[in-house]
Write a protein that binds this ligand. Structure first.
Ligand code: ADP
Ligand code: MG
Length: 439
């Protein structure tokens, strides 16, 4: 038997079949210079292993080898992925011929519109419908992960849907530059220009990368002018407005702002919730509304981060075979939550809110009154304390001045039963849950 199986065998008797199977996912374990190295297939598996079994593994090592050890995890996939990515990047550098690479995944219909981005969205749509006629160029700026690239591709996809023969080029400023360099090296700048001569719509993403790139700016200026004169459309994106772009020639900057300049802002809470719902639906994920709220409140600006936390939740819930609940979400997103310094709700806050909602006074809630309304409020507060915090039953019973944690357990059971039976009661509890979370 190899080291890993030996290690597991020490605590195997307390594992169920699924856990045993899952533990078989470790590829190799080795002991070197007093340290244990565990090879895992990917980072999610590593996190799961760490979270659930690190202590057991350490104990096993102590029992089997008679010494304490540090554990190091080696993730296979990431190393390989990195290698692959590097290879792809190198290939792209070598082969600068790929020009039209519109991503069909980014469309107007799967773009969620909110007050933060509706101007940008509407501008793109009308530009696609009135190519070269209204806003030329259209300049979209805003922070990372707010949907600029999505909008550029959506515009292209929309145009191609109403006019499949339209000549569209999407490129990033970076690619534009490396292609120019490539053609210059081969003494073929004319060929480079020719490719842009016949486009109907030219999309250039992330023009902030042109800062300080004089030669590329000159080329873009000429291409831009040529297109502009014959009424062809240009859309640009950048992380900041034209006037804040440093190291860009004045004449190019004034071209950038000569059409329409629009900003995409960070999404507000409602838009974030809408985006989460939409993305969850696309991924066939069933996410309860309190979890959505947790994610929306935790992640401040970046939509890409919203997406990746959904991916993470999905992966964890699949690996662990558990449904996505607030408790699981808190665990899985723990590092983000800590990073963002989101405080855990206090039981006191929950008690106060619930008491005031049911018009019960706080002393009554914590006291021994058997009045129906008070009892209900107390039970709901206990239920929510269990649901919305990571506190133990013992802590909760203490906070409610009860002697036995079974009181809390009974309350939770009661609330859950009533929620099943009584739709109105269920809605009330759900409502309170959301309200308390959004405080
Ligand atoms: P940017 O180019 O501004 O850095 P992206 O367009 O790459 O941002 O967006 C990052 C991710 O977030 C993409 O997967 C995109 O589909 C998604 N996204 C951003 N904004 C929205 C939105 N309003 N509706 C739906 N998805 C969005
Ligand atoms: Mg982008």
């Amino acid at each position: 038997m190899d080291l890993w199986n030996n290690l597991i065998s020490v605590f195997a008797n307390k594992l169920n079949k699924t856990q045993l199977n899952l533990l078989g996912g470790v590829e190799k374990a080795e002991f070197k210079d007093g340290k244990l190295y565990i090879h895992t297939p990917d980072s999610i598996y590593r996190d799961w292993l760490k979270l659930n079994f690190e202590e057991d593994i350490k104990k096993s090592v102590a029992i089997l080898l008679g010494e304490k050890t540090d554990i190091f995890y080696i993730v296979k996939k990431e190393k390989e992925k990195e290698k692959e990515e590097r290879k792809i990047n190198e290939e792209v550098k070598e082969k600068p011929y790929i020009l039209t690479n519109i991503n069909p995944k980014y469309t107007f219909s799967n773009f969620i519109v909110g007050s933060c981005n509706k101007v940008a969205y509407a501008s793109c749509l009308s530009v696609a419908e009135n190519l070269g006629k209204i806003y030329n160029p259209l300049f979209i700026y805003g922070g990372i992960g707010l949907g600029k690239t999505h909008l550029l591709h959506a515009t292209a996809n929309y145009l191609l849907s109403i006019n499949p023969n339209a000549n569209v080029i999407y490129t990033t400023a970076d690619t534009f530059m490396s292609e120019l360099i490539y053609f210059m090296k081969n003494g073929n700048v004319l060929e480079f220009r020719r490719r842009y001569k016949n486009v109907d719509l030219l999309l250039i993403d992330d023009v902030q990368f042109l800062e300080g790139k004089e030669r590329t700016q000159i080329e873009l200026y000429h291409i831009f002018n040529a297109l502009y004169l014959i009424g062809k459309q240009v859309i640009l994106s950048s992380d900041s407005p034209p006037k804040s772009l440093k190291g860009i020639q004045e004449r190019l900057r004034s071209r950038f702002s000569s059409g329409l300049v629009v900003e995409v802002k960070a999404p507000d809470l409602t838009t974030k919730l809408n985006i989460i719902s939409k993305k969850a639906k696309e991924k066939n994920l069933n996410i309860p509304s309190d979890v959505k709220l947790l994610i929306a409140k935790t992640i401040n600006t970046n939509v890409r981060e919203l997406e990746s936390s959904l991916y993470r939740l999905k992966a964890y819930s699949e690996i662990l075979g558990k449904p996505i609940t607030l408790k699981l979400a808190r665990e899985v997103l723990k590092d983000i939550l800590e990073l963002k310094n989101v405080e855990e709700l206090s039981i006191e806050k929950i008690q106060k809110e619930v008491a005031s909602y049911f018009s019960v006074n706080l002393n009554e809630l914590l006291g021994n009154s058997r009045k129906k309304q008070v009892r209900m409020a107390r039970q709901v507060a206990m239920y929510l304390a269990r649901y919305l915090t990571t506190k133990s039953l013992k802590d909760i019973s203490k906070a409610f001045r009860r002697k036995h944690h079974t009181t809390v357990l009974n309350a939770i059971e009661k609330v859950e039963k009533s929620m099943e039976k009584d739709r109105k009661f269920k809605l009330t509890v759900e409502f309170l849950k959301e309200r308390i979370m959004s405080l």
